[in-house]
Design a protein around this ligand. Sequence first.
Ligand code: CA
Length: 246
Amino acid sequence: MIHEAITRYLQKHHQTALSPKAVLFDMDGVLYDSMRFHARSWSEIAQKYHLNARTEDFYLFEGRTGESTINELFQRTFHRDATEGEKQAIYKEKTALFCTYNDGSPMPGAAEVLKEARMAGLQRLVVTGSGQSSLIDKLNKSYPGHFERDKMVTAFDVKYGKPHPEPYLMGLEKAHVQANEAFVVENAPLGVEAAVAAHIFTIAVNTGPLPDHVLTEAGADLLYPDMGSLAKDWREIMEAARSVRL
Ligand code: CA
């Protein structure tokens, strides 16, 4: 299955081989078990502002900027864009709610994946739409010794949110690697789309409530139910990546 996935990737992106040097990790839903708190905060905000949304929508929107999520809900409910003032006020409220609920739990199995990536000699980077100012401190606390300040892409770096490839292209730049020298680990359909659009081999982990097909249809090259099962397969993936040639 892994060999076939790599062959399909190479054919699709007109590459002859993978040459693993870096892993670009998404953050919420991959390194942290935080999506349920985002979804809860968004749902409460939607209810308060009478915006038409189901909890599942926030897993489908995951990876978008907060402003674009608010705009989508305004279009759907009121058939107009949200004003700048509305976007800023609502996003501020959502962020405050999230900070109240978020317990900072690391994603089960994520530490094992990071360990495997380090043992395989790969750089580890974070690519996130999050704009928390103390992110590197938080990451260093949860995952000591894995991440460096200048090897992160956050909301402060990018102009476009996922599904635009920009965040992952910037991740490649910061790692000083080409698309066929990196892997992405993502949990959200729009994040998978962004990584695939950046021509990177994309491993999806379905840590949320959406059906698997949403992630495969977004273009994921491999799909795992959780980070623990990805950690178990990591060496096999690396061996295949280093041996499969077109
Ligand atoms: Ca995510």
